[in-house]
Ligand binder design. Sequence first.
Ligand code: HEC
Length: 123
Amino acid sequence: MKNKMFFFILSVKEFLFIVVFFIFSLSFSPKELNALEGNLGKSLFDNHCAGCHLNGGNIIRRSKNLKISSLKRNGIEDSNEIAKIARQGIGIMDGYENLLGENGDQIVADWIWDQAQKAWIQG
Ligand code: HEC
């Protein structure tokens, strides 16, 4: 009897563990995942782009910066275009495909596009 009781308590514990784990994984909302991706976008930018594009500028060709007016003037209409430039380069800028890692081109591009919408005012 005692043994059976013990086994019962154990399985309740296990059951609770599974429930808690399940709720935890559900509570990881898309918004939080987006925030994680945002952090990754920012760190990719800081590591690979900010050297020339600090705060969305361009220290080499000032008119080819990452502000929305410049992007649109140069025919860059969405984050996919930025991802392509990040991968392949453009004009005198090299491509960074090898440094950005899997999906990094799109993640950094999404982050840049988002910053451009916010006029690069961090917050
Ligand atoms: C070594 C300096 C340098 C680095 C690092 C660099 N860029 Fe550039 N970037 C440039 C230059 C120079 C241009 C202008 C190229 C041209 O038109 O000849 C440019 C242009 C661009 C443009 C086009 C902007 C416009 O308004 O036309 C985008 C988008 C861009 N870079 C994204 C990136 C991203 C994303 C990264 C990081 C993965 C990055 N760049 C890293 C120098 C750099």
